[in-house]
Design a protein around this ligand. Structure first.
Ligand SMILES: Cc1cc2nc3c(=O)[nH]c(=O)nc-3n(C[C@H](O)[C@H](O)[C@H](O)COP(=O)(O)O)c2cc1C
Length: 352
């Protein structure tokens, strides 16, 4: 029995946000550990970055870059810190995080609680420069009160890009008024243009790749438009998807009525469909990071076959605990070998 199994009955009755805070502290002091699983079939290279495996920790878990190395040590191939806002802000009033146990889902309306870019820079600065363990991405958000959204992402780039193996412009969290509208034709190209210009200016050599994180609640026209922007030289990849504002009829837990973004198992198939749609719309030319309801090797494999080059996990960690990345990797490696793939990259988009 691992330490997490012992703690679990004690953590369960707590408010989800308190449990999350405790999990971060336990990670910080290395009281919980995982069982990483390495296998050459899982190794992959994207944007010139080497990934030990394609399974990452999604944004929102380590918003302030408190524990990226500890999270990597659980067995993730990469960790995305953030979303970080330029200035510190408290986020929405509590309670703002709800666990839907029967549904294996989570609803959150955190609203970008962030200690700000200066704090994150201070934490990232202290990391070892040769990080053998894995890749660290930095996910940028905007302050609630900022009218000129692009200006906030530019500040994020200027303060944090030098620490990032890749940069994410998050325009898809449902809990910051107006944020999702940045995915619209009137906004996205201009925003990406300014962000890219800032990135080229801040880091002229060995610029980190620029990814855009999208919502699952997009129309076909939205997808066609975003795909066209993604195929331009300005963008290097897509992260699909953020949480959904829809509520499937199947949800049982009364917390389904809470406002916010839904993640976990109830998001799984929707996000896989959106990955497949983007893979088709971009003709497989734009790397996609698939996220939404991944809690097993089979879930990760389905997203890879739909078109994801990498996958990420958040809600699955809430229900399955810190041994999850190792278990996903072991099972994924088995599935890839069963189907005759020598490298995970060969399975990307196999369903198309
Ligand atoms: C509590 C919570 C906070 C989140 N915060 C962020 C965030 O700050 N930035 C972001 O891009 N995504 C955030 N997400 C979205 C996740 O990164 C992920 O896209 C989504 O939860 C779907 O994956 P999952 O089903 O594995 O949780 C958050 C999710 C949760 C549950």
């Amino acid at each position: 029995m691992d330490a997490y199994s012992l703690f679990r009955p004690l953590i369960r009755p707590l408010q989800p946000e308190t449990a999350h805070h405790l999990a971060l502290k336990a990670l910080e002091y290395r009281l919980i550990s995982g069982v990483p699983y390495d296998d050459p079939v899982l190794e992959t290279t994207l944007w010139g970055l080497r990934f030990r495996n394609p399974v990452g920790l999604a944004a929102g878990f380590d918003k302030d870059a408190d524990v990226p190395m500890q999270a990597l040590a659980l067995g993730f191939g990469f960790v995305e810190i953030g979303s970080v806002t330029p200035r510190p802000q408290p986020g929405n009033p509590k309670p703002r995080l709800f666990r839907l146990d029967e549904d294996e889902g989570v609803i959150n309306r955190m609203g970008f609680n962030s200690k700000g870019a200066e704090n994150a820079a201070g934490n990232l600065e202290q990391l070892p420069t040769s990080r053998q363990l894995g890749v660290i991405g930095v996910n940028l958000g905007k302050n609630k009160e900022t009218a000129d959204a692009a200006a906030d992402y530019v500040i994020g780039i200027e303060m944090l890009a030098r620490f990032a193996d890749y940069i994410v412009v998050n325009v898809s969290s449902p809990n910051t008024p107006g944020l999702r509208a940045l995915q619209d034709p009137a906004e996205l190209e201009g925003l990406i243009g300014r962000v890219r210009e800032a990135l080229d200016r801040t880091i002229p050599e060995n610029r980190p790749p620029l990814l855009v994180k999208v919502a699952p609640d997009l129309t076909d026209a939205d997808i066609a438009y975003i795909a066209a922007v993604a195929m331009s030289d300005a963008v290097d990849g897509l992260i699909a998807t953020n949480t959904t504002i829809t509520r499937p009829d199947t949800l049982k837990n009364p917390a389904r009525a809470e406002t916010g973004g839904l993640s976990g198992k109830p998001l799984k198939d929707l996000s896989t469909r959106v990955i497949a749609d983007f893979y088709t719309a971009t003709k497989g030319t734009v790397p996609i990071v698939g996220v939404g309801g991944v809690a097993s090797g089979a879930d990760a494999y389905a997203k890879i076959r739909a078109g994801a080059s990498l996958v990420q996990v958040y809600s699955g960690m809430v229900f399955e605990g810190p041994s999850l990345p190792g278990r996903i990797c072991r099972s994924l490696a088995g599935l890839l070998k069963r189907d005759g793939f020598k490298h995970v990259a060969d399975a990307v988009g196999a369903d198309h």
